[in-house]
Design a protein around this ligand. Structure first.
Ligand code: ADE
Length: 233
């Protein structure tokens, strides 16, 4: 799978993909993440990528030409056949379901929004989908893009061990059950007996109960979603 990320701050991506699981996935050629500097297609002598808004008002707006040129030059004929995602606080909320859908694509382009806004013609004629990673406002879309790439990449077969993904699908839509490791007593705090019992079926049942109870307490909205989903099946 290949990601093409378009940004005016490529330096932000030094780090998130250079450690741990994503780094290994890149080394194993399970994923290819290319960062493209929009400013290479900036306008005029200063290679500017933004301008003041028509109609007045504060701030700057990312201009259409550098974005169309940058994306066009990288994607070429592939443009029109693959998702072009804009990170935006007004986008569809990013979820595990969207991460799963996107993990099936062979290639995805992500445009990182910046400043107060982006010329509407980019949204109307270049972008296929706008995605938000949560109801808060970031200074720009770079961290949102890194979050999406991380969540999508870990779902690509071979990136993390299939047992972990299978376990996750068991409790899909629920919060995580509690985990423990050695020592079995620490500062007088002990590990639940059931986990030391060796009864796999009972352990699975305990974990499911814990996950359900935690979800009921903290995120009842997730349980409602799950119930609707089960009714639809
Ligand atoms: N850009 C600014 N805020 C954002 C958010 N919450 N998600 C995605 N992109 C953004």
């Amino acid at each position: 799978m290949r990601f093409d990320i378009f940004t005016i701050f490529p330096g932000i991506f030094q780090g998130p993909f250079d450690e741990s699981i994503i780094k290994r996935a890149i080394a194993a050629e399970l994923v290819d993440i290319q960062i493209h500097d929009i400013r290479e297609h900036g306008m005029g002598r200063h290679r500017s990528v933004d301008d003041t808004p028509y109609g007045g008002g504060p701030g700057m707006v990312m201009a259409a030409p550098p974005l169309f040129d940058s994306v066009g030059s990288v994607l070429g004929d592939a443009l029109g056949t693959l998702p072009v995602i804009l990170t935006s606080a007004s986008g569809d909320p990013f979820t595990q379901v969207i991460a799963e859908e996107l993990s099936l694509e062979p290639r995805i382009a992500i445009l990182c929004g910046r400043y107060e806004g982006i010329d509407q013609r980019v949204r109307d004629h270049l972008v296929t989908r706008e995605i938000s990673i949560g109801d808060y406002v970031l200074t720009g879309g770079e961290l949102a893009a890194a979050v999406m790439v991380d969540a999508i990449t870990r779902l690509i077969p071979g990136v993390i061990d299939s047992e972990s993904l299978a376990e996750e699908s068991h409790t899909a839509g629920l919060l995580e059950y509690p985990h423990y490791t050695r020592p079995n007593e620490y500062r007088g705090w002990t590990v639940p007996d059931i986990l030391l019992s060796g009864h796999h079926a009972k352990i699975a049942e305990w974990r499911m109960k814990q996950a359900t109870e935690l979800t009921r307490q903290r995120r009842p909205d997730l349980l409602d979603k799950l119930n609707h989903h089960l009714k639809d099946l």
